[in-house]
Design a protein around this ligand. Sequence first.
Ligand SMILES: [Zn+2]
Length: 217
Amino acid sequence: MEGRTEHTVSEFVACIECQSFSHSHVCIVTPDHPPMCGRERGQVKAAALFGATWHPYRRRGLKPRELREVVPKGRCLDPERGEYEGINEAARRLTDGVIQRVFLHSLSDFPHSSCGCFHYLAFRMSGRGIGVMHRGFEGQALNGETWDLPANRAGGKQADGITGLSAGYLRSAEFLKGDGGLVAVVWATEKAVEEFQDLPPSGFAAGRSRSGFCNSP
Ligand SMILES: [Zn+2]
């Protein structure tokens, strides 16, 4: 299982457990894109394959659906940004057409949607690069934003320029590959840096600033 990548498997997993409070969100789980809630990928896949009888709160008006399913990834439309035909189809179906396309590995145009469970947020800082903030960070990002702003911009939907993620995805070989990957990260909070600073080639020469860790090449 460890050796599996997005390119060697033919199926991913879709999870809509958070739709009760994140109306147009579907989480796509792949070997390189673990769930943003921090669950193990295998746990979510097992629940998709074998069914999970426990059904948490479901908002009235929400269609009764399986919370998780295995989805054929289909043809790869864009290997850099991580766009797959089968995943686009699943996202359209599971969000009743609100989400039309999903880029698993890019913040721009059609990034992965966010629920509310994300442990981190990655966001585009105009003209600068990517910022990464951990949940509940109390300082300010380089662009002056505090946690609440990006968290509300991301929460419950697909929003250009931002996505929720887990520590597992910060360490993924495919991490925002379509935007340049880890080397494109120009600012991150201390907790985020701890997750990826040992990874080659992050190029992240962390220099402490008042508000977080900045990349100072
Ligand atoms: Zn969630």
